[in-house]
Design a protein around this ligand. Structure first.
Ligand code: URA
Length: 222
């Protein structure tokens, strides 16, 4: 119960005493009993995601992915508080800027964060981009070339797929996630990104979710 964020280890004794906890349908008698987490219910409800938590969140505009209160509303303020008390705690898989919307994965599985953010694993992230000013067809080959070098970086950007959808609309697919990468790629060509929405992260989308809402995903089996 404590590792799933319900209460502290100390508090769990009181929860058991007050009859809030059942094991396989029978009232629990000890808070240190070894049991299957999937058999435990608190206040009649099964323990949430006892084997590990993975969720897709539709990040709305205006919240940050950090936990630093000085930066304003955080995505963690919009997610169930219990998730932040889990051990290990949840974090986002990579980050989106305050003004970026769309798919953000949330998990307590550190190996997933590592696997899904490492460019070695080539997880595609797709962004819907709105630009102030005109997009030029030459950008497609430049972004695909693997030669675009952003200021302050040691290596050029890996080849990226750019699709021009209109004079100010484009779709960009990246397999890496450098700091402010999409905005900086366009800024390097004197183009200002005015709206940025991540429509896909690997196989995951948030099309069915209203901004600010989430749903659980099954943990990958390998
Ligand atoms: N690239 C950016 O510039 N910002 C984001 O939020 C994500 C990718």
């Amino acid at each position: 119960m404590s590792s799933c964020g319900y209460c502290s280890r100390g508090e769990s004794r009181g929860w058991v005493k007050r009859g809030r906890v059942t094991i396989a349908g029978k009232p629990a008698t000890r808070s240190d009993e070894k049991v299957f987490a999937s058999d435990v219910c608190v206040d009649g409800e099964p323990i949430e995601q006892p084997e590990g938590l993975l969720a897709v969140f539709h990040k709305p505009m205006g919240c940050v992915c950090s936990r630093d209160e000085r930066e304003g509303t955080s995505v963690y303020d919009l997610l169930p508080e219990r998730w932040s008390h889990r051990n290990p705690p949840v974090s986002s898989v990579g980050r989106l800027d305050k003004e970026t919307t769309g798919v953000l994965l949330i998990t307590d599985q550190g190996d997933l964060v590592h696997r899904w953010t490492s460019p070695r694993h080539k997880i595609p992230k797709v962004y819907e981009v709105t630009i102030a000013g005109g997009l030029k067809p030459e950008l497609v080959s430049l972004f695909a070339s693997g030669t675009l070098w952003l200021e302050g970086e040691n290596d050029p950007c890996l080849p990226a797929k750019l699709e021009l959808l209109g004079p100010e609309q484009a779709r960009l697919e990246l397999i890496e996630g450098r700091f402010h990468q999409v905005r900086r790629m366009f800024a390097s060509q004197n183009l200002l990104v005015t709206q940025l929405h991540r429509s896909r992260f690997g196989d995951f989308t948030a099309d069915d979710l209203a901004p600010g809402t989430w749903r659980f995903l099954p943990l990958p089996t390998e």
